[in-house]
Design a protein around this ligand. Sequence first.
Ligand code: TRP
Ligand code: SF4
Length: 406
Amino acid sequence: MSSEVPAQYRRVLSGMRPTGQLHLGHYHGVLKNWVELQQEYKCYFFVADWHALTTHYEAPSIIASSTWEMVIDWLAAGVDHGLADLFIQSSIPEHAELHLLLSMITPLGWLERVPSYKDQQEKLKEMDLATYGFLGYPLLQSADILMYKAGLVPVGADQVSHVELTREVARRFNYLYGRELGFEEKAEAAIKKMGKKNAKMFNKLRSAYQENGDQEALGVAQALLAAQQNITVGDVERLFGYLEGSGRVILPEPQALLTKASKMPGLDGQKMSKSYNNTIALRDAPEEIEQKIRKMPTDPARVRLTDPGEPEKCPVWQFHQVYSDEGVREWVQEGCRSAGIGCLDCKQPVIDAVLRELKPMQDRAQEYTEQPDLVRSIIHEGNEKARDAARETLEEVKAAMSMNLL
Ligand code: TRP
Ligand code: SF4
């Protein structure tokens, strides 16, 4: 299988679990990335509320409240519903149906071996995660991804194994259901439908790939297929498969788009995370943010103002690396090592920078908060568009599995 994403699938999908307030870690690690991606790709961003339910089924009320707040935070951070479709997973029950259909062909061992299954059970000992739903978590994620035939899935390192599972499930699906009767004849007929010139070019590229493993030829041929307007979706899928020597590619294999590890540290220097209680929420009040930063631990060697310190041993320095320019950083290094500045002096530019960054977001969030109907209508519209795309895929999947009785 080639690792190239055919142009047809330059579509991005990602989801976030609504389990509490978003913080600066989400902003720097995920949202800024989404805002960039939406400029370049067709993007689907959704609230993964069923995924949240796998871990929060005992106290699910947080999910509903976090959902709306999270959508407001997305919009406030610059996610643009004009560029990306924003929707809620549970509003598109097709995800559940695809999950069920895929569960039929997914070996139990594949799910048991996904590292997060055991890891999370260990980590979240206080919750009983020995459930059927939790075992299926990554397969539900596969359904999310395959539903929109997304080629690219922006995720953190902890989610890469879920995208890998998705690739395996897609491959198995295509293997089982892409082998139709008379495949070769149908593919040959489809080639003719592209017109003489394109057909000739396609055949040449296909030989170059199949006989000499020419990857470039594969890429060009995929681009050629993606540009075809006059042949059906089914024929395009056949030709994608025919090109590579497989059956029809009904569900394309996605790729993880690894988000650079967020440089955003928490208040204590560890990764910023709700479970470490070291976050600055996007909507913390300015006074609260100021207090949190003023209370941040610093290099323990600096007991008195006259004790010199070492920025490398101080979480505040990590904040300067995110927020300060060269000049301020030199001032910190110099002043810390010579005991020329106090820690509160050192923290002030960080406080100012965080507040400056969050101010426009908080203002926008306030505007959306005052217009709940607007937020609902944005989601409503996103749901409609997502549902159309989802129905299309589901129909194809059902037909391939002979489950389209009516
Ligand atoms: N599991 C993801 C997380 O915890 C959320 C998620 C659900 C997701 N479905 C997805 C991410 C599909 C990307 C694609 O972050
Ligand atoms: Fe940290 Fe700044 Fe204090 Fe040095 S002066 S210990 S970098 S807060």
